[in-house]
Design a protein around this ligand. Sequence first.
Ligand code: NDP
Length: 311
Amino acid sequence: MKIIDCLIIGSGPAGYTAAIYASRANLNPVLIQGIQPGGQLTTTNDVENYPGYPQGVTGPVMMEDFKKQAERFGTETVFGTVTEVQFSKEIGGIHKIIIDNKTEMQTRTVIISTGASAKYLGLESEKKYMGSGVSACAVCDGFFFKNQDVVVVGGGDSAAEEATYLAKLCNKVYLLVRKDQMRASKIMQKRVLETKNLEVLFNHETVEVMGEQTVQKIKVLNTNNNKTYTIPATGFFLAIGHNPNTEIFKGQLEMDEVGYLMTKANSSLTNLPGVFASGDAQDSIYRQAITAAGSGCMAALDAEKYLSELH
Ligand code: NDP
């Protein structure tokens, strides 16, 4: 079996940036696209904060551009999902990667860029308006709701941060917290409570997202008195956490209690030689396309250095 130099798992900004750098360094990378080719950005309509696109770009078009750029330098993209990994613990060891439960690939280095998935409530109506008023990223989509009224769901630091961010842009922000208290840090809670156009609705749950083509109102349940009512709003933001897509690495790579991969400071190095992590799979804080792309670049440079030190 042919042993490749660099295998990249995932096709978001981190994976494709790693592929661009690895292919230009003659590592002949093979990139496995995964369940959602193009990653989370393919569910975003307009990307306006990625440098180099002065007029903005849609998520799917941007990811197609990333792909073309990686393929231009010889990256081989494979349609399929990694279902199992058997990482070597030895320096210079060969890592085995199984695709779709059947095809085995062998590689000297692996760059993990499997991303993370935002958690959703699981409502049918929420799915219906995805990209038409429903979003899980205030920094990405908040601008489209300038001077409008929006609803944010969640009670953690993400919700507090997203709600205060949106309050700077929007006319009014309602924060739905399902319990009678927030889980966010005290300082974030204070910031939330001190923001004038931000109203926290404790003991509130979402019943339905409603509208015509786009979101127009949110039906909520006040669990204190068991009454439902609607809040007029054009945006509905979920901030109830993310799940890193790292399940298949459990037991082999070090991760935090949520499942984010641990990397050595200022690098993409994991606890195993020749295995590197980039993008949202190892970043619970920034989670932006540009930071993911930057860390994909780091992973490719680290992989190149590792390989050159083997010879
Ligand atoms: P968390 O898991 O901390 O919080 C999730 C929040 O969403 C909780 O309030 C939870 O409610 C609520 N929630 C979960 N499921 C539902 C549901 N089905 N319906 C309604 N509400 C729901 O996630 P975060 O993304 O906020 O934070 C993740 C980590 O990242 C944390 O460690 C956080 O501190 C950190 N972080 C730090 C930031 C910073 O320091 N600037 C910014 C953002 C995140 P409940 O409390 O009732 O369980």
